[in-house]
Ligand binder design. Sequence first.
Ligand SMILES: [Zn+2]
Length: 478
Amino acid sequence: MKNKKADFSEWYSEITKEAELCDLRYNVKGFVVFMPWSVISMKKMYSVYERELEATGHQPAWFPALIPESNFHRESKHVEGFTPQVFWVEHAGENALEERLAMRPTSETAIYQMYSLWIQGKADLPVKIYHPSQVWRYETKATRPFIRSREFYWIESHNAFATFPESESQVDEDMRMAENAIFGHFGVPFIFFERPQWDKFPGALSTFAADTMMPDGRVLQLPSTHLLGQNFAKAFDVTFLNEKGEREYCYQTCYGPCISRIYAAVISVHGDDRGLVLPYELAPLQAVVVPILKKGSEKEVEKKAMQLSDSLSKKGIRAKADLSESTPGFKYNQWEMKGVPFRIELGAREAESGELTLVRRDNGKKSKVREGELADFLSSESASMLADMKKKAVEEFESRLSKAISLKELMGELEKGRLVSVPFCSNGMEGKSCAEELKEKCGGDVRGTRHGRKEKAEGNCVVCGKKANALVYVARQY
Ligand SMILES: [Zn+2]
């Protein structure tokens, strides 16, 4: 395998191919076939996220993939932002359609007209609905499997409230869900930023988005959550009757964790130069038994290997005995490449004594475990494995954070692959021209101000030299 740190791009291409995560040979540009080894993990990621959503009172719904063009034009900023990325359906069978239909690039304009029918009185609020789906965007940037392609798999959540403060609390709840799922279960660290006004979701008042760091020092955006205010409610007539008997527009939020992209972060952050390292909860296969055969005892060892994997399977552990023809060494490499968290090495001595040798994928640690204690051992050791993976990921992430007070310093830090805080004139529209100049000179993007910490800017904007009003973070991005 390529070296992940020195040559991340090659490493990424190699791992997605060798671990059989996707197939790029599909004959529509920018569209990728996701294969079982990645889809099994992504389905588990969906269920983690859906549990979070349901635990906070969200209910599932499925909305149509096609959206009439006229819906798109109802919110002007939104149409401006998304129209260049839309795939259009213009024919059905032999007939040209009277109105073009958009293949949803996101579903606000499909969902909110329904909300205007569903929401009448205050008793109908809040509405908290999530929609697991795929969406299509005609991306013009270079595509990479899982990171960016023209079809991706995500969850959208769309909420409506009677008051603005409730919608603000929703945005906080969305960020907590991201923390629980993406860091808590998947072990990927990130920071939420309030995006600059020039980089918010089209039609939103403000956008909060999580960034993680990829091994090449570029940031990858994970979920974002948006305060929509009443902008869409006015466009789609989403109203309720308040206590005074007056019609009032709802306050809305939307949230979009992209599962296929979070998966890209999981494999990139945890993987190493031998292949995937997967959190136990997400691994398609959690333990593999590799028999080590010597002449004379093959039958017993193979039988024992089958027994072991059967008994683990009965306890709900995803296990398998690898009885294929290859050598044990070949099998070790192959299952390491696939990121199976535990390998059980089973020779004649182990088969007879019932004392097993287990090897952990993330750090190579070997343990001796009595057969009867195997399931308990996996359950406790997998928890410490996730804790260790998180610790390592956090250390790596924090080593990437740095500061600069001039453009020259900033450029040097970006070269090192860092996420750099700098004094800046404004995170509002006034800062846009400085951000453009910064991008041109250093190739870095302004990610916004750090959410939840009132970080004060001191000194002057690194671009225009005016007194700084915001401490913003800058990085190269995917
Ligand atoms: Zn400035």
